[in-house]
Ligand binder design. Sequence first.
Ligand code: FES
Ligand SMILES: [Fe+2]
Length: 404
Amino acid sequence: MTKLPYPALPVPNRWDRRGLPGWTYHSSELFELERSALFLTHWQIVGHENDIPAPGDWLTFDLLGERALIMRGRDGIVRAFHNLCRHRGARVVDGAQGHCKGALVCPFHGWVYNLDGSLRGPARPESFDDEMDRSQFGLKPIELQRFHGFLLIRFKPGPQADLAQLFAPYDADFAAYRAGEILPASGWYGKIELPVNWKSVRDVDNEGYHVAMAHPALQDLYGRTYRDLQLAGGLSISHGEFGDAPARRWSVKKYLKHHEPQDWLPSHLKNSWTYYGLFPNAVFAFTPESIQYYQEIPLNTGTTALTGRIYRRPDETRRMRIARYLAYRIDRETSEEDQQLSIWSNESMASDAFEEFHLSDLEYGVRRHHDGLRTVLPVMTLDEAPPDGKMAAENTRLQGDAPE
Ligand code: FES
Ligand SMILES: [Fe+2]
């Protein structure tokens, strides 16, 4: 197996193999805390520079009552704003993605915004007093950073570092894949809604112990070499190499037949599918011919949307396109398998007979993710849910107890 160039943390000899207590998967009070202290304060992937190449191109991203508009200005600069008219709060654009010519016109009363978010003017300006200072009514900005072309936003300041620092262990690989140059592949990733708490989706995705049993195609492709590595800062890398043995399944045979060796990739990425995790809810996934990211967007305590986007290489050959399609078929099959596992995993949390996880060393990634959650929300360390109405206070009290 190829030696991997990542600063992986060792799995301890002895560790607490339990997962989070069952109540954390169905508590609406905890969900409110996850909204404010986790999702709105942690980096969220919203797309790639090349999703919005021209001035006026925009994307939206909705998360737990907040809504973002990411738009390229006339000056070529990409900015993020709250998709919230400063008059009475209507969405200034509607839909997942689009293009606006020259100016944004709010669909409610017609206030007009420039592509840099500044207010050009209200409709019927004479109906406002002379004092109205237009410069005070631009769309509200949201923090936006880039990593090799990917665009990430954060609704509120939070504990994670700037992306250049946070993603430093990913930098060489993203540069090698020339991630800044990728282009959107036709078709939106789609949006699947699952009747589960978002953590059950992540619990399934955070370990490769289940690959051999639950994912026959992935097992056939790279099961013999698959590794999950944990890195500092809530990062994780999963890596599987293919081509060391003949495939048995149709989709994998076809993929291996059409896969075209990409000489420009470093040896550890040449014949591998590699996944780069971002705490708390997203993953970038690269194969030699395709790139995607996927993320869980919680909608409420018991409903989660699975979403993401797919990209292709700018110099894609016909053979690469076929291999990319075949990789997508394997992924789609895998995702369907995981969706079922998430549902079963989530259901168990409501059973009186369920005690707790007993995790294998191959599931250490689940533990690391839970540790990250417990650091942000120490109330998750409690075996029982706090009494009704006491979740936030109890969490604040435990934060006070946390060692510096
Ligand atoms: S809410 Fe946008 S113009 Fe009134
Ligand atoms: Fe899986």
